[in-house]
Design a protein. Structure first.
Length: 159
């Protein structure tokens, strides 16, 4: 029985929470099922291995997809998609780039720092944001993601 990614997320979230992990997202593309997990301080390979075993055992019971599929359990990475209010709330203070649906805002694409996020939308601030601050409703978002900003390398001290 094929289940929606929301149903799979609802089934897997308590299992992962019991291991101290937050379920960030579930994606299903063809025969690939990807589960993204994170926790304060990030996740390491041992944690991902344990999560993979737990998720795989749970999915064997749920039988979410007909036939064979490939399961991947991963961290969301440095640059990750933002789709839900929780995703945006977790990214407050980070650099993001947003593309809005045509005709819904003064700008089609904007980058800035995610200042606030609530149940209906979020606020971006920064020098590239029109008037320095812009409120965007989630319903206007076509695509959004965090942006990893590479900083200058620390200077080496010779001694």
């Amino acid at each position: 029985m094929v289940r929606s990614t929301n149903e799979l997320a609802d089934a897997l979230s308590p299992l992962l929470a019991a291991s101290g992990l937050d379920l960030i997202d579930v994606e299903h593309h063809g025969s690939e099922l990807t589960v993204f997990v994170d926790r304060e301080g990030g996740v390491d390979l041992d944690t991902l291995s344990e999560a993979t075993r737990a998720v795989s055992a749970a999915l064997d019971q749920i039988d979410p997809l007909p036939g064979r599929y490939t399961l991947t359990v991963s961290s969301p990475g440095l640059e990750r998609r933002l789709r839900t209010p929780d995703h945006f709330a977790r990214a407050v203070g980070e650099a993001v780039t947003v593309r809005v649906h045509g005709g819904t805002a003064d700008v089609r694409r904007v980058s800035g720092t995610l200042e606030t996020a609530d149940e209906t939308g979020f606020t971006l601030v920064g020098p590239d944001v029109p008037d320095g601050s812009l409120r965007i409703a989630y319903s206007d978002v076509e695509r959004a993601r965090t942006v990893f900003e590479w900083g200058p390398q620390p200077k080496r001290v010779r001694g």
